[in-house]
Design a protein around this ligand. Structure first.
Ligand code: NAD
Length: 248
């Protein structure tokens, strides 16, 4: 396809899961993709004719500034994030700080770095990774995670509002449960708690009225749409893609 031809796309957390699927999907649509992560072994396997790979630590301003300068993106997909489990009574200060840094503040860093050149060109699409668990649904045992992902919605709306008249769009995506390496780890961890991995899997699947979790490719299709000019009339919104979880 050529839905993104002529565009430069920077993706954080592109080594695996949704970031990886999105980097591949955007490259297939003709974008020049800059796929970044801190896991260089996994990232290296992505390198291709129109996919450049390099290290970018979303928690480090210097690393972000250098990476954004190198990519000079028209499309910025902020995908990096971490899922803490537990209620407010389980939450530790350092875990909360880590989540707010990786899941939210990282987006302030990348957007601050990428926005000036986007404004100069008068065009840009920023896509932030939120989650259905957060402002859309209060998911059990996701206090830190849901708090941080709800903050992403506020950050997204603020950026959208400030630059809507200057050609910049900023949206976020709110997936339900998506198959990825870290999701498999969460199933395993819950399985150890429950004494049965099958029971853990059944609990995750039961949240999705469709009776299954999403593939990373299904989320990547929404990322491609938001990155492309097809979505030119949408900005400032959480785009929910959750297998019917919140739609009942
Ligand atoms: P994942 O969790 O399996 O992979 C995360 C990637 O982030 C890894 O490659 C890791 O190396 C990278 N990473 C970690 N720290 C980083 C840092 N400081 N800088 C740059 N990269 C870093 O992938 P996933 O499950 O597809 O999750 C991706 C995003 O999607 C996350 O923000 C997650 O919260 C969100 N999300 C996931 C689901 C799900 O069910 N999997 C649902 C909704 C939202």
């Amino acid at each position: 396809g050529n839905r993104l031809s002529g565009k430069r796309a920077l993706v954080t957390a592109a080594a695996q899961g949704i970031g990886r699927a999105s980097a591949l999907a955007m490259a297939r649509e003709g974008a020049q993709v800059f796929a970044t992560d801190v896991n260089m072994d996994a990232l290296a396997t992505l390198e291709d004719a129109n996919i450049d790979v390099f290290e970018l630590n979303a928690m480090d301003a210097q690393s972000v500034n250098a990476g954004v300068a190198r990519a000079n993106p028209d499309i910025l997909f902020n995908c990096a994030g971490f899922v803490h489990s537990g209620s407010i009574l389980d939450a530790e200060e350092d875990e909360f700080e880590f989540a707010m840094d990786l899941n939210v503040r990282s987006m302030m860093r990348t957007i601050k770095a990428a926005l000036p050149a986007m404004l100069e060109r008068g065009t840009g699409s920023i896509i932030n990774m939120s989650s259905a668990a957060g402002s859309v649904i209060g998911a059990p045992n996701r206090f830190i995670y849901g708090t941080s992902k709800a903050a992403v919605v506020g950050l997204t709306k603020s950026v959208a509002a400030d630059y809507v008249a200057q050609g910049i769009r900023c949206n976020c995506i709110c997936p339900g449960t998506v198959e990825s390496p870290s999701w498999h780890d969460r199933v395993t961890a819950l399985g150890e708690q429950l004494g049965s991995r099958d029971e853990a899997l059944a609990q995750f699947v039961a949240r999705q009225p469709m009776g299954r979790v999403a593939s990373a490719e299904e989320i990547a299709a929404l990322v491609v749409y938001l990155a492309s000019d097809e979505s030119a009339f949408t900005t400032g919104h959480p785009h929910v893609i959750d297998g019917g979880w919140s739609g009942q």
